[in-house]
Design a protein around this ligand. Structure first.
Ligand SMILES: [Zn+2]
Length: 294
């Protein structure tokens, strides 16, 4: 597996099967480092040189170093493995698929330093992945972020506001609420906060149970495909840290920031009297001019 092209092809295949899904089971007998949290969603797979890296949406990265004989296979859940269990280094099970790495030189997890995710960066918000989570706490924390000069997408991934929403859930939650991801927090109402909190808690609890997020996502990873709610094309934007936000421009229009900057259109007034002379006369009245001529 020294071939870089082969490794990139492997990464592409793993990406198709794993990204956007919850790992229901992770076997890694020689793993050095922390394990991904319960219910976390796989966000990316990348192959470079001899390393294959799998990133979870809480920022944890699993790296396998592939030296002589080291390789990743992808199997359907019921399929028989082509190499024996004894040479297993990592097995990741998601809905429908098992990705298996045999004979890796090393298997480790680490976190890339991210000042926004760093827990020391302010007081942490409520954790929606905790076994007991109070919806009122999540709502209250979101409401307190209304005064921040940030977008709703950035607020949802800010651990000082709420912990446990990664980039996958963020896109899905905003789609569920039909809210534009770049909506400024200042436009978000307390009622919106309650709705967002409800969808956030539901999504994460469902993924912990191995339900909803184990199945394909609504917008995450679906760039260029049709929105299942309105048929428009799902697209992406980047947030302030460069992470992708997936959304549907057709139906996620609540608090669309473009609406805030677009010039206000004057209502077009049609004269009730069809006679052209009468219309002209009405248009020339000084008190009518600014409404009709504008
Ligand atoms: Zn849509």
């Amino acid at each position: 597996m020294a071939d870089g092209d082969a490794l990139r092809r492997t990464a592409a295949a793993l990406r198709t099967a794993l990204v956007g899904r919850v790992a229901h089971r992770l076997d890694a007998p020689t793993l050095v480092g922390p394990r991904p949290g319960r219910g976390r969603v796989i966000q990316g797979v990348a192959g470079e040189h001899r390393d294959l890296e799998i990133t979870w949406d809480d920022g944890l990265i699993l790296r396998t170093e592939l030296r002589r004989g080291g390789e990743w296979h992808l199997y359907r859940s019921s399929e028989r493995w082509r190499r024996p269990w004894e040479s297993l280094s990592v097995a990741i099970q998601v809905h429908g698929w098992t990705a298996v790495c045999f004979q890796a030189g090393s298997v480790e997890t680490y976190r890339r330093f991210d000042p926004v995710r760093h827990p020391a960066y302010g007081r942490p918000g409520p954790d929606i992945g905790a076994p007991v989570v109070r919806l009122a706490d999540v709502t209250r924390s979101l409401v307190s972020a209304i005064q921040d000069d940030v977008t709703v997408a950035d607020a949802l991934c800010d651990p000082r506001v709420v912990r446990g929403i990664g980039v996958v859930f963020r896109s899905e939650i905003l789609w569920s609420c039909a809210i534009h991801p770049l909506a400024p927090m200042s436009r978000i109402s307390a009622e919106d906060c309650a709705t967002l909190a409800g969808h956030a808690v539901d999504a994460l609890q469902a993924s912990v149970r191995g339900g909803e997020m184990g199945s394909p996502t609504h917008v995450y990873g679906r760039s260029g495909r049709a929105c299942e709610r309105c048929g428009d094309t799902v697209t992406t934007r980047r947030d302030e840290t460069g992470e992708l936000i997936y959304y549907c421009p057709g139906c996620q229009v609540r608090h669309d920031p473009a609406e805030l900057t677009a010039p206000l259109e004057r209502p077009t007034e049609r004269p009730m009297d069809p006679h052209p002379a009468a219309s002209r006369f009405l248009a020339q009245l000084p008190w009518r001019r600014d409404t009709l001529a504008g």
